[in-house]
Design a protein around this ligand. Structure first.
Ligand code: NAG
Ligand code: NAG
Length: 291
């Protein structure tokens, strides 16, 4: 074996890293060059779905919480509308108050049942209820009001450029202080940017038993996109051992042998899970002059 190819570092392992707009264009070019079955267009019809429920164990009515004077769900929706790859953006909810609020600022709303156990199931139900057909569904978490449209476009283009993958998602650099936090999910990828594994523990594990300050650890971000045919079967797949042990839904995808494309982006995660998070994000927005 060529020692150079086994090193894993160098240009090949960097080729899947994308940054913002310029990188989006690079992915689009790569997708075009791939030329799937003689056609340069693949998985062209794309919908962004923002699943939102009112009842949350930790934060009742979370999607409607005001962030600098606007409901959080509206902020997420406005960001999603700026993504150039989305043909359509809808909010999927089981709650009339959320639906009314969203229609008020101009969003299309799909009512879904209260029995949806999570965002993935809600996206799937919404997809079935839509009249038009879509090839890709982007699951946009409603609690990331500062999600960059470029990240949404990045995961879409990644899935369009990787016909062998059924799923795409994004990672960013893990902050050293988050290394041991089980709520921060870590990810390792191969040198073409396909996911190898996700864990709540620190991966890879350095044999010194310490965090290696020189290793570029990756933090998984919540955004994900699916091939719509895959989304139909995803909720039906039987839970798998690693998924159950780590309590990470996405492991089911890998354990069943499906491929998942991962892009690396620059993003400070500002997920809103508590009232304190709202105050933090508002302070940050004031600081950065985001209105
Ligand atoms: C582990 O981390 C140290 C730095 O803390 C680094 O020098 C070393 O290369 C890493 N890997 C192994 C196998 O020790
Ligand atoms: C969440 O959704 C996935 C995929 O649809 C499903 O397989 C899983 O069982 C769900 N998790 C829970 C806790 O309901």
């Amino acid at each position: 074996m060529d020692p150079a190819s086994s090193s894993g570092s160098g240009s090949s392992s960097k080729s899947w890293i994308v940054y913002g707009l310029a990188a989006g264009a690079a992915i689009a070019a790569a997708a075009g060059a791939f030329s799937f079955r003689g056609s340069s267009k693949f998985r062209t019809r794309v919908i962004g779905i923002i699943p939102a429920r009112f009842a949350s164990s930790r934060f009742q009515g979370k999607p409607l919480v005001q962030i600098l004077g606007k409901p959080m769900i509206q902020r997420t929706w406005e960001r999603a509308k700026l993504a150039s790859t989305l043909d359509h953006v809808v909010v999927a909810t089981d709650d009339e108050k959320i639906a009314e609020c969203c229609r008020g600022f101009g969003a299309d709303v799909i009512m879904t049942s209260e029995s949806c156990r999570n965002g993935t199931e809600r996206c799937n139900e919404a997809l079935q209820k839509l009249e038009k057909k879509y090839d890709i569904v982007v699951n946009i978490q409603g609690d990331e009001p500062l999600i960059e449209p470029e990240i949404i476009d990045g995961v879409v283009k990644a899935l369009q450029g990787a016909p062998d993958a059924v799923f795409s998602t994004a990672v960013t650099s893990l902050k050293p202080e988050d290394s041991m936090d089980p709520n921060r999910v870590k990810c390792v990828v191969d040198n073409r940017g396909y996911a190898i594994y996700f864990s709540r523990g620190l991966i890879p594990y350095n044999k010194s038993g310490k965090v290696n300050p020189n290793f570029p650890y990756l933090l998984h971000l919540g955004i994900q996109s699916y091939d719509s045919k895959f989304l139909k079967i995803y909720p039906e797949l039987t839970p798998t051992p690693l998924q159950l042990e780590e309590d990470l839904e996405q492991l089911k995808v890998l354990e069943n042998g499906y491929k998942m494309k991962v892009i690396k982006v620059n993003h400070d995660a500002h997920g809103v899970d508590t009232q304190e998070d709202v105050e933090k994000i508002e302070a940050l927005m004031r600081e950065r002059n985001i209105s």
